[in-house]
Design a protein around this ligand. Structure first.
Ligand code: COS
Length: 387
């Protein structure tokens, strides 16, 4: 049984505890969804997961309800990701992308744009966040994709890459240069339906832990002016605000993977005998378990601190979000590596849960801002606060 004691921390309300208990029960009955390793298998599994999550009502927290002015509840997003990740990495991914892909619409969308949310929140449409480009991943302000004003609309030309849900999404929130100013002040965000003429999948990208990922080509894709999310030239701020909200949730997914690795290691060291006694009796093994438990709790504190700060009305949680993502993903990598060590050969055996965690965790230290970028953000925020 995973450690649930963190739910009694003062960051949470009873509704969060109730959510966690009901989701745990649902996961035990519905996950994982079996899939092969081909692109088509993963696409089908993702669609099925979104359908099931939608049917169960679990996607409702991923976006705001246009009829209800309450903001996103980041603690619910984090508890959900942590729980799903502990059961099945692809289920976590399917949930997370419904939120990241519509984050700009939740935070900055007009009423008309928010009509999409009724569909994404019940799993009837899939969404994607299209920010990275072949020549600008970490350096967002340097993006090249252009949105040229043309009559009563804009024409988008260029490429986006590493787009999660690319190829299976129904809508994309796309960032492009509109040229109000050089750099960060000349970017805007657009809502682009997947069937817009000129938008195509240029390449499907295969990675160590299979997920739907693609490079997208925009060949003079025309959108109306009403497709712009936020103000002209305000796209960088939109992107950063979305990332501030969703980065703690990446930390929570890492936390879910780490907790699973710890649970598997506890069972392994209790049940496996070595030199005539349980593996756990060896102090070197206890040292591993102690470090793992410490990392899990410290990561949970940072993740839920960031989520609580946002839910408590903080205008910006840039520093807290970066700390949560950096620490939780880096430490989860180490926790899972120790779990592999404690499992011996089984830890690297294809199909073993610990082997799949080892593959799942790596990308989290890269996407939504690499660990190195989080350090830049934390350092700048720390300097800013001190000056
Ligand atoms: N919220 C609101 N506004 C923000 C912000 C945030 N979190 N971060 C920066 N801004 C504002 C700044 O205040 C600044 O505005 P002013 O000039 O009016 O003060 C403007 O945006 C530009 O900020 P900055 O100078 O810090 O931009 P940089 O080009 O130096 O970029 C980093 C900063 C590297 C932190 C940013 O590009 C980043 O987060 N990169 C990683 C992107 C990423 O996560 N990619 C993965 C894609 S999703 S898989």
């Amino acid at each position: 049984m995973p450690d649930r004691s963190f739910l009694s921390w003062p960051f949470f309300e009873d509704r969060h505890r109730d959510h966690a208990a009901r989701l745990e029960d649902w996961c035990a009955k519905n996950l994982p969804v079996a899939h092969g390793h081909g692109i088509g298998d993963v696409d089908a599994a993702c669609r099925e997961l979104v359908r099931r999550l939608g049917e169960g009502g679990w996607l409702l927290p991923t976006a705001v309800d246009p009829a209800d002015p309450r903001p996103l509840d980041v603690r619910t997003l984090c508890i959900t990701r942590e729980t799903l990740a502990r059961h099945d990495g692809l289920a976590d991914f399917a949930f997370a992308m419904q939120g990241l892909g519509t984050g700009a619409i939740s935070l900055f969308g007009t009423h008309a744009q928010q009509e999409w949310l009724a569909r994404t929140r019940r799993g009837a449409a899939l969404s994607a966040f299209a920010l990275s480009e072949p020549r600008s991943g970490s350096d967002v302000a340097n993006m090249e994709m252009e949105a040229r004003r043309d009559g009563d609309g804009y024409v988008l030309s260029g490429e986006k890459t590493w787009i999660s849900n690319g190829g299976i999404a129904d809508l994309y929130c796309v960032f492009a240069r509109t040229g109000e100013a050089p750099g960060a002040k000349g970017i805007s965000c657009f809502l682009v339906p997947a069937d817009a003429p000129g938008l195509s999948v240029a390449e499907r990208l295969e990675v160590v832990a299979p997920h739907p990922l693609a490079r997208l080509a925009f060949d003079r894709v025309r959108v109306p002016a009403a497709a712009m999310i936020g103000a002209p030239g305000g796209g960088f701020r939109v992107a950063m605000s979305v990332l501030d909200t969703f980065r703690p949730t990446v930390g929570s997914a890492a936390l879910g993977f780490a907790r699973r690795a710890l649970d598997e290691s506890i069972a392994r060291t209790r049940d496996r005998e070595l030199f005539g006694a349980p593996l756990f009796d060896l102090q070197m093994v206890q040292g591993h378990l102690a470090d793992m438990a410490l990392d899990v709790d410290a990561a949970a504190l940072l993740v839920y601190r960031a989520a609580w700060a946002k839910d408590s009305g903080a205008a910006r949680i840039t520093r807290e979000a970066a700390m949560a993502k950096l620490f939780a993903t880096d430490r989860a990598q180490d926790v899972i590596d120790r779990a592999v060590q404690l499992h011996g050969g089984d830890g690297v055996r294809k199909g073993h849960i610990v082997e799949s965690l080892y593959r799942e965790i790596r990308a989290l230290r890269i996407y939504e801002g690499a660990s190195d970028v989080q350090k830049v953000v934390i350092a700048r925020q720390t300097m800013g606060a001190a000056s």
